[in-house]
Write a protein that binds this ligand. Sequence first.
Ligand SMILES: [Ca+2]
Ligand SMILES: [Ca+2]
Length: 93
Amino acid sequence: MLDGYEISKVLNPLDYQDSMEDRDGDRIPNLYEYSRGTDANSVASKPTVDYTVNPAGGAGIYTTIGAALTAAKPPLVIGRSSPLNQAPIPREL
Ligand SMILES: [Ca+2]
Ligand SMILES: [Ca+2]
């Protein structure tokens, strides 16, 4: 997290472990709140749910965690090794 963010949320920029703490007690770690743009000091401010898993299924609901992870997985892009003066050639899998 950026130092300015930590200071604004009364966190310690010198303490790397506070990123996994939950300052407001909403069960969302500070780092995750930071990355999703929610307020680490407000229980009412939480990230929205991206994927829901329930074995019973339903509209927009995944029946297994594996299925949700597969849906969440972004395309993997790798580059072929190349000399330093050339950009790697991206390849989508
Ligand atoms: Ca939190
Ligand atoms: Ca929060």
